[in-house]
Unconditional design. Structure first.
Length: 202
């Protein structure tokens, strides 16, 4: 599998265009090989406390597949130090709050326990899709989700019907508030820490 960074909304848009253009939706034929999602672990090379977190991420990676862990040592690499400083500015984090994890556009600073890193990673790899019956675009998008998961096997799609699922309606409302995005129609996707409204055929 090839490493591929999922750091912003451009992933989602390019995945939608690329996957649908390079595959047959009705037949679910994949044109490209599966790809890995990169999990970056920013740390100080001499920090022994980071090892339990790294081991937990590596265990998760072995169980789930489709992931690559890249360790970035901010004390030995100017490039890694510059990367964590830029990330800290964008995310309003203290760059000294190490370790810092980044995957799928989400960031976690200084996980207290290794299990915190696992839970964060599980949440970061969710693809939530909010739909309603009778929505033609929702049907097309549902056909696309297995293609997305085949391309990025670490992702876990979940589909919610907002007409019958009150918890899904509350979750969508919370996401709309958090991302300050209007979601007047469906489908709505939440992935890579972004909210995307709508789905178009290629």
């Amino acid at each position: 599998m090839q490493p591929h960074r999922l750091s912003d909304l451009s992933f989602f848009r390019s995945a939608m265009v690329g996957l649908l253009a390079g595959s047959v939706v009705a037949g679910m034929v994949m044109a490209d090989e599966p790809r890995c999602i990169v999990v970056e672990l920013f740390a100080v090379s001499s920090d022994a406390a980071v090892e339990p977190v790294a081991r937990e991420i590596e265990r998760f990676m072995a169980e789930r597949g489709g992931l690559v862990v890249v360790r970035r040592f901010v004390d030995t690499s100017a490039e890694d130090r510059a990367a964590v400083e830029a990330l800290a500015r964008r995310s309003s984090l203290d760059p000294a709050a190490l370790p810092i994890l980044r995957a799928c556009g989400a960031v976690l600073a200084a996980p207290v326990e290794p299990i915190d890193a696992r839970r964060w990673l599980e949440e970061s790899l969710r693809v939530e899709m909010f739909t309603r019956p009778g929505c033609q675009r929702c049907g097309t998008a549902k056909q696309w989700l297995p293609i997305l998961q085949a391309r990025y096997p670490a992702l876990r799609p979940e589909i919610f019907d907002v007409t019958v699922d009150a918890a899904a309606r509350r979750r969508l409302a919370e996401l709309v508030r958090r991302h300050r995005t209007a979601a007047a129609s469906v489908p709505v996707f939440h992935l890579c820490d972004r909210l995307v409204v709508g789905f178009d055929r290629p």
